[in-house]
Design a protein around this ligand. Structure first.
Ligand code: GDP
Length: 298
């Protein structure tokens, strides 16, 4: 991801090398090139506009630095603005005052929720937590089994409806899981919810009902970074329908253009908390805006 954007930006900056001082014309031309590179990477238009206007304003107002040449100054500004657009600080999990801390995952089918649930469970266990995975996706016949497989790999128990008890009610399962976690000393509960291929009201309502039943400390919206502009629309639909505290971006290892990753924070006002970069449990970490910006500008 971001390879094309990275290459484009590198060539924009290289055209500034050797310049003694940036003229208004240089700044405008550079801004135009950066704008095109961002649009080509599928970054949403309002985000591009804001970004470019800040770059221009800062490039014009920049003190002439003795330490940096004009190209380096522009790179520095773009880097800082990229960090800002990606959210600035790294967002940590907010643990509740009394255990268990409840983390609910929401998102479309195929976004990577179940995989992320396992990754999150392992990541938390590695940090001396005792998570419990909860199968509240009772829509797809395979979803519970899939979570059990993931739980086994992560070494995390899974709370699911008893087999033979019918399909079960996801709201009840979620509610009961909190009690189960309390009794069994799980300090974090990770609830996997049902998704559909597209946004639909019934799915939103179910997620909202689970939310109301368990009052999560964190609702994470899980979204596939490969789906481009659609990611932004889906993010907005879930914000309106369920609401969430932070975003987990999946499939950042893909070769999509990465615009979703760059747009979502700015458009939803919600921080990106986690980045998933592969199918393995280890391909997962907190999202660090500064590291991501450096990767783009590498
Ligand atoms: P869910 O329907 O939201 O629960 O999505 P799943 O967790 O079942 O994931 C859907 C597919 O995406 C599976 O084939 C996963 O292996 C794959 N997947 C999940 N996260 C990633 C990721 O970060 N990178 C890649 N390449 N594939 C992923």
């Amino acid at each position: 991801m971001f390879e094309t954007l990275s290459d484009r930006l590198t060539s924009v900056f290289s055209s500034l090398r050797g310049k003694g001082r940036l003229s208004e014309e240089d700044i405008n031309a550079t801004a135009r090139e950066i704008r095109l590179a961002l649009l080509e990477a599928d970054v949403a238009l309002p985000v591009v506009r804001e970004f470019i206007s800040r770059i221009k304003e800062r490039a014009r107002g920049e003190e002439v630095s003795k330490a940096l040449n004009p190209a380096q100054q522009v790179i520095k500004i773009v880097n800082e603005e990229l960090v800002q657009i990606l959210g600035g600080e790294t967002r940590q999990i907010r643990f509740g005052k009394t255990p268990p801390t409840v983390i609910m995952l929401a998102g479309l089918q195929g976004a990577g929720k179940t995989t992320l649930a396992g990754k999150l469970a392992k990541w938390l266990s590695d940090d001396r937590n005792t998570p419990l995975l909860v199968a509240a996706d009772l829509q797809r016949p395979n979803a519970v089994t899939q979570l059990q497989v993931v739980g086994e790999r992560a070494g995390t128990p899974v709370f699911a409806p008893e087999p033979g008890n019918g399909v079960g009610n996801p709201v009840e399962v979620a509610r009961e899981s909190i009690e189960h976690a309390r009794r069994n000393n799980h300090n974090v509960v990770i609830i996997d919810t049902a998704g559909r291929l597209g946004v639909d009201t019934e799915m939103m309502q179910q997620a909202a009902d689970i939310r109301d039943a368990v009052n999560p400390d964190e609702i994470l919206f899980v979204v596939d970074a490969m789906i481009g502009q659609d990611a932004v629309n889906t993010a907005q639909a879930f914000l309106d329908g369920v609401g969430y505290d932070a975003v987990a971006l999946t499939k950042l290892d893909g070769d999509a253009r990465g615009g979703a990753a760059l747009s979502i924070r700015h458009l939803t006002g919600r921080p990106i908390m986690f980045a998933s970069t592969g199918e393995k449990l280890e391909d997962f970490d907190l999202f660090h805006p500064d590291r991501m910006a450096s990767r783009i500008l590498d």
